[in-house]
Design a protein around this ligand. Structure first.
Ligand code: FES
Length: 58
């Protein structure tokens, strides 16, 4: 079974890591025009949030 980790980047999106490889980045600022994916708008809106990491499969 692959190891799947959701890494919330500081002031940025939720990045999905599958067996250590970066997958899609999901918006968590709510301002992306390409939801559910991050389009970089979090920088323009100066989104602030702490970093975190959660393993959902291992
Ligand atoms: S987190 Fe990047 S656009 Fe929302």
């Amino acid at each position: 079974m692959p190891k799947v980790v959701i890494q919330s980047l500081e002031n940025g999106p939720n990045l999905v890591l599958i067996d250590g490889k970066a997958g899609p980045a999901f918006c968590r600022c709510g301002q992306s025009s390409k939801k559910p994916f991050c389009d970089g708008t979090h920088r323009k809106v100066e989104f602030k949030a702490a970093a975190a990491s959660t393993t959902i499969l291992s």
